[in-house]
Design a protein. Structure first.
Length: 333
């Protein structure tokens, strides 16, 4: 009897093992997969940058396009070409068209604030990227500008300590932008603790390299012993670098930007002492994650109130290695 029970038990075990093996071979369905793809299919994502044709916006758009294609969504880009008025008109039109998600790169803190509030009131989720407005929408994905301002100021302090003139110039982009107001706060957090540092100029290049070159050339003429420049965007700061090269003086230039290959190349050449980068490709991934989140949660537009600050990447001669920076040129291949 005992041997019979053992045989029966063994037979049942073998039978169950065989059934499990068959089930595994046949595959196991994912009960959430169909609903996941259904949440996105046919949805429209609208992107209003400050302009296309720069590394930041081209990078974000490329990453968003990859996800949109994969999930059968539509990505629309409305390019205002650095015109806040054209951008406002684009957002006004989009409110009527009702895309599911609106991704906005604000030129300043005021121009689009009321429009973004209107968009969410109309049921459109709003994600602000890198330069926020005064309106707190569903999501902000972007740089921790105060932290970047602190990091830039500390980098200049490394080169403009005792034994130098300790004279520093600040080259802003647009003082009313969300980025500049944060970086100025960060720089002040550091320089206020170092009264020996003399900020001899604080001027705006309006994101234009030609204007930046003219401004820094004038500052150097007025302050031949200038020690350092804190710049607020690497593309604009190429103009500051040209002015420094023309002067022939050993002035340290620290900048910030999206971590594109241009930044690594110019750090390697000594054009920039350091770049404090916010890594555009990773930001694109974060934007995509938040697009997916607002569409999956089912929350009404304007209810999420999430923030994702991009980690800093310090690009210096010490940190350089192949692959550290991303390539805008590779996006077009």
């Amino acid at each position: 009897m005992r041997m019979g029970r053992i045989a029966a038990t063994l037979g049942l075990a073998l039978s169950l093992t065989g059934a499990a093996a068959y089930a595994t071979a046949a595959g196991i369905d994912d009960p959430r997969r169909a609903d996941y793809f259904k949440d996105f299919a046919g949805k429209t994502i609208a992107f209003v940058p400050v302009t296309m044709g720069i590394d930041l916006t081209e990078g974000w758009a490329a990453v968003m396009k990859q996800q949109a294609d994969r999930l059968h969504m539509k990505l629309e880009i409305r390019d205002p070409h650095f015109s806040a008025d054209a951008g406002a008109q684009a957002i006004t039109s989009l409110i009527s068209e009702k895309p599911d998600v609106l991704v906005v790169h604000n030129p300043d803190v005021n121009s689009y604030a009321r429009l973004l509030k209107r968009a969410e009131a109309a049921g459109i989720h709003v994600i602000q990227i890198n330069m926020r407005s005064n309106y707190n929408s569903d999501v902000y994905v972007g740089a921790d500008w105060i932290g970047i301002g602190e990091a830039e100021a500390n980098a200049v302090l490394e080169k403009c300590g005792p034994g130098t003139s300790q004279k520093v110039a600040i080259l802003q982009g647009q003082p009313t932008s969300g980025s500049d107001s944060g970086m100025m706060k960060g720089a002040d957090n550091v320089f206020s603790k170092h009264p020996e540092i003399k900020v001899v100029a604080n001027l705006a290049g309006e994101w234009d390299a030609t204007k930046a070159q003219s401004i820094i050339s004038t500052v150097i003429q007025q302050n031949p012993d200038l020690c350092g420049v804190v710049g607020f965007w690497d593309v604009m700061d190429l103009g500051a670098a040209a002015a420094i090269k023309q002067s022939g003086k050993p002035i340290v230039l620290v900048t910030s930007g999206g971590g594109e290959q241009m930044a690594c190349d110019n750090v390697a050449k000594g054009v920039f002492y350091k770049e404090i980068a916010y890594q555009v490709m990773n930001q694109g991934r974060d934007i995509n994650d938040m697009i997916a989140t607002v569409l999956e949660t089912g929350l009404p537009a304007g209810k999420l109130k999430a923030v994702i600050y991009s980690p800093q990447l310090v690009i210096s001669k010490e940190s350089l290695h192949p692959g550290l920076c991303w390539s805008a040129a590779a996006l077009k291949k």
